[in-house]
Design a protein around this ligand. Structure first.
Ligand code: ARG
Ligand code: GLU
Length: 721
């Protein structure tokens, strides 16, 4: 646990922390531990309620439960719930894939999808599932002999060679994939040995009225009633190995999978989350955090509010626009809402002040320390470095979120690529093939594009950029606006009517007439902003990021020395981690609605057929009316979700949530709004992860989906009466 998370109370608390608490064994709830290091925390975990040896969670023999936790798609987690490839993850993790399978005729968002046997399971092109087989600390082999003072360019090239050699060596000996990853801001290195399966099929997907119930209104908040799950199956070739999709493939026979415990839990019970948290920045300086608070979060929120207002309006007017934008919208709205909670938490908890206090202590330590001479002026250098780049950071956000938030302008990058291919000195055949490939992948974009919607986004976002970006607005933008009499409507109308970037057909036509591209108004907007960015922002930000990387590495190294951490947890980096905590309501002395668990009766009270997000399927309401809950009833209803104080992050979506015996009690899917600051600062008073209760998942599969056949392959802990 970082000192300053304890130190909010008084100056004495802070001093006490630096002198004593930090060298005591910590009952850490905060933190995401590397599975191969769990032995160091075993005592504390057992004291907290873990009832199995940590070797069951991970061991070098390859029989740990890590083999039952997967990286699902690009950034979610999933868990194996049978020995025949059956996989559970979140609804929102399967959402993009299902969008590719759905149409107005088979509208799985409205009606759900349930395979009634294995033949009906649907192939999901492009979806992959990766298993982490083992990991090994290779810090010495990567960093050995490299002095702190070495120039970064030299250091980077040495590291690149060492890492490549290591990866090749591990690939050769393990016959699996190997990736060397940096931890603790480049102070530790681990090699991760994995296997990726490429034939993954959709098995079950509840309708949005269950899987997204509460939608963006309830997203990131508690109490919560979302049945946020979907079910897939991993397939393998005849030797049980990864293979591309083939009808001849067989369900993957995996020896490790989770036993399901449907007996429930109490407040205070031990919980453990096993998954792939993406990014946390717990150890950055107060200066970097101030940039998040002053520029990054507010600008993103401001621009996305405008974009989302437009999208919502057009999506509710037209079902086909809804189907095109629903997945994109969910993604954009997700960050938008999270950052609002994050800002509120960071400000409300005076996190900058706490960091500044901790920095004072760090400075006092550095002034007298002898092991880390580089630490003495580190914070001063970091300070002037950040201030010098505030403006670059802000404008870069406006460019990304406002200008490139207009899809047409982002898409004009394709015109630019066509031009580059055309004028490159390459054999004709290579050019033809590259352009054909580009046009093919552009089709995916246009399938989910509506120009009228995007034109309204232009009218909403362009003024924001023009007003806020000041001297960074390209001259071309100003002259165009003036040419249209300061009317954004007229400007947008002109751009959208005259560009080739707005449809697959026009893009194709432009590809056979590349000379026309420099007259294209969307291309002109794109290339003007890119030119400005490349000249005025990119070099500055690149220099800034390089120095941040170096400073943060040294700062982390010094903090490890200063705080004498035995088991300091490295920031999340999309590698497999373990967090543990306990079931806990949000505000123990607060309102009753904030208790630790929700149920179906409460959900039905929120049902509203007029509001899409709260429109629950009639069949579910009927099940509730009849109290037709099968084995899943608990005191006359079905539990839906619960909260606990595990430290999780984006990427932990779909993670198995386990009890002390390592049995599955639910699937992680969110955090509470009050605690989304935990990516920078974890406070057990406010930070909670939200878990979908496994009993609701099983109830929906069996009673609503009528897919009870799936339960036959699952393994259950004995029923407790
Ligand atoms: N907040 C959750 C996560 O970060 C769920 C997001 C999906 N739901 C939504 N309404 N956008 O992934
Ligand atoms: N819903 C998030 C997801 O991907 C997990 C929740 C969180 O960020 O804590 O990834």
């Amino acid at each position: 646990m970082r000192c300053y998370s304890k130190s909010g109370r008084s100056i004495l608390g802070i001093l006490g922390c630096s002198l004593t608490f930090c060298s005591l064994p910590l009952l850490a709830k905060e933190g995401m531990k590397v599975p191969a290091t769990l032995k160091q925390s075993e005592k504390e975990m057992i004291a907290a309620g873990l009832d199995i040896p940590v070797e069951k969670l991970y061991n070098a023999r390859g029989t740990g439960l890590n083999n039952a936790v997967v990286l699902f798609g690009k950034g979610c987690t999933g868990e194996m719930i049978s020995g025949e490839g059956l996989l559970l993850t979140n609804h929102h993790c399967g959402y993009g894939t299902v969008q590719g399978l759905a149409s107005t005729q088979s509208d799985y968002f409205a009606n759900g999808f349930w395979a009634m046997n294995r033949e009906q399971e649907l192939p999901c092109p492009g979806l992959t599932v990766s298993y982490i087989r083992s990991m090994e600390d290779v810090t010495e082999r990567v960093l050995g002999g490299i002095p702190d003072e070495m120039r970064d360019s030299q250091r980077d090239s040495i590291l690149a060679v060492r890492i490549k050699n290591l990866e090749n060596g591990f690939r050769y000996t393990t016959k699996k994939d190997a990736q060397v990853k940096a931890f603790a801001n480049g102070n530790r290195y681990w090699v991760i040995i994995s296997e990726t399966y490429r034939d993954v099929r959709l098995v079950g997907f509840p309708p949005n009225g269950v899987g997204q119930f509460g939608g963006d209104t309830d997203n990131w908040s508690w109490p919560r009633h979302t049945g946020d799950f979907s079910v897939f199956r991993v397939y393998a070739d005849s030797s049980n190995k990864p293979a591309a999709y083939s009808p001849a493939n067989k369900p993957y026979r995996n020896s490790e999978f989770f036993t399901i415990n449907a007996n429930g839990y109490q407040e205070g019970d031990f919980t453990l989350v096993y998954g792939f948290p993406g990014v946390t920045q717990e150890y950055i300086s107060s200066m970097q955090l101030e940039q998040v608070i002053n520029f990054i979060d507010p600008i993103r929120i401001e621009a996305r509010t405008k974009r989302l207002d437009v999208w919502t309006k057009y999506m509710s007017a037209d079902r086909s626009v809804f189907l095109k934008y629903t997945s994109k919208r969910a993604g954009v709205a997700n960050g938008w809402k999270k950052w609002q909670g994050e800002l509120k938490g960071l400000k409300g908890n005076n996190v900058v002040t706490k960091k500044k206090q901790a920095e004072q202590e760090f400075q006092a330590w550095a002034n007298t320390d002898t092991q880390a001479p580089y630490a003495k002026d580190l914070l001063f250098r970091m300070q002037s470095n950040s201030v010098a780049h505030d403006a670059d950071v802000a404008v870069n956000e406006y460019i990304r979120e406002a200008v490139l938030g207009i899809e047409l302008i982002s898409q004009a990058a394709e015109l630019d690529k066509i031009r580059n291919i055309h004028y490159a000195s390459l054999p004709t055949q290579v050019k033809t093939d590259s352009i054909a490939k580009l046009l093919r992948s552009a089709e995916g974009f246009y399938k989910n594009y509506d120009a009228a919607t995007d034109r309204a986004v232009f009218v909403a976002l362009m003024p924001l950029f023009m007003e806020k970006a000041g001297a960074y607005v390209p001259a071309y933008y100003r002259s165009e606006l003036a040419r249209f009499g300061n009317s954004y409507d007229k400007w947008a109308a002109y751009v959208f009517a005259n560009t080739a970037a707005g449809s697959a057909e026009k893009l194709k036509a432009a590809s056979s007439n590349p000379g026309s591209i420099t007259d294209d108004p969307a291309w002109k907007l794109y290339s003007a902003i890119m030119q400005l960015r490349n000249e005025k922002i990119v070099p500055q930000l690149a220099r800034y990021n390089d120095s941040l990387t170096r400073y943060n590495r040294l700062y982390m190294k010094a903090q490890i020395l200063q705080r004498k951490y035995e088991d300091l947890y490295p920031d999340a980096n999309s590698t497999l981690r373990v967090a543990y905590g306990k079931v806990k309501g949000l505000d123990p002395d607060g309102p009753a609605g904030y208790s630790f668990q929700t149920n179906l009766d409460e959900a039905v009270l929120k049902h509203n057929p007029e509001v899409a997000e709260f429109n629950m399927p009639a069949a579910l309401i009927e099940l509730q009316r009849q109290k037709d809950y099968g084995r899943w009833a608990v005191r006359g209803t079905v539990p839906i979700a619960f909260i606990a104080d595990n430290h999780t992050s984006g990427g932990n979506s779909g993670s198995p949530v386990l009890n002390g015996k390592g049995e599955l009690i639910g699937t992680n899917f969110d955090r509470v709004w009050e605690g989304t600051m935990s990516d920078y600062y974890f406070d057990e008073k406010w930070c909670r992860n939200i878990t979908l209760d496994i009993r609701y998942t099983l109830f929906i599969i069996e009673k609503l989906g009528k897919a009870g056949w799936l339960l036959n392959e699952m393994r259950f802990a004995p029923v407790k009466n």
